[in-house]
Design a protein around this ligand. Sequence first.
Ligand SMILES: NC(=O)c1ccc[n+]([C@@H]2O[C@H](COP(=O)([O-])OP(=O)(O)OC[C@H]3O[C@@H](n4cnc5c(N)ncnc54)[C@H](OP(=O)(O)O)[C@@H]3O)[C@@H](O)[C@H]2O)c1
Length: 246
Amino acid sequence: MQKSIRVALIGATGKLGSKIVLKLLESSTISLEHAIVRPKSPLIGKPLSTFFPSCPLPLLFHANYEKMCRDSDVIIDVSHPDALSRYIPHVLRSEKALIIGATGYQSSTEKLVEEISTHIPILRAPNFSLGIPFLAKFMQICEEAFHKNAKVTIEEWHHKNKKDAPSGTALFLASKLKTSPELISHREDEIVGVHKICFESASEVIELTHKALSRDLYAEGAIKAIEFLHQKPKGLYQMADLLAIM
Ligand SMILES: NC(=O)c1ccc[n+]([C@@H]2O[C@H](COP(=O)([O-])OP(=O)(O)OC[C@H]3O[C@@H](n4cnc5c(N)ncnc54)[C@H](OP(=O)(O)O)[C@@H]3O)[C@@H](O)[C@H]2O)c1
């Protein structure tokens, strides 16, 4: 069967990117057309099989954003905040759909992304888990119904190599509250991702926790996000739109 959605993946050899490559190889609807690595990466020009031994695709790693946009339908970025300013002019010019899964952006970049979404479809997903929109919904119900004066804390745990803190997910959750929560970050061992929201009043405590057990969760969500965004009109989307619950 012909795969109908052509994808370019920026950050293809990262911890998350490599999981997405493996899911794309299994997909019956999406084909991986471009595996983008950091400019000056020693992998540029090398076949994907040098990094993914079982990969049958005749693709070479590259970092050419113009070429990337030429024959892809959806661009997905799971690399580093630095990459965005380099590829965005090409993505805008070619009017491609863009999924931003990386985190750690300055607020000025977040504003720029909003502006750009008036021209192209963008899905901003600091967390590809479909459990996180539910967590946000429960959190909003708690805030509305529980003690209005409760102290709210968002605590998150990630692996020791995570570059940004607080996590993009903690910032996303905080943005969904009316009050400003205290944000606490922990970086330990190989933790994939844990987010805990705590509502504390003088007499009781409510805790809501989400635990990601493996990066496969994020890769599976990324595949759903690609299928969702393909052929959507311009605008800014989030993972909650896949569920249409918020
Ligand atoms: N949305 C989600 O569900 C989710 C889940 C987990 C992580 N994340 C986020 O996704 C990003 C990547 O996470 P990770 O754990 O996979 O990190 P990682 O293992 O460090 O992977 C990042 C990859 O991006 C590459 N890279 C760095 N700068 C680049 C550039 N300018 N252009 C193209 N590629 C570049 C790196 O290449 P080199 O190794 O050659 O530097 C590396 O292969 C982070 O922002 C993280 O917070 C999102």
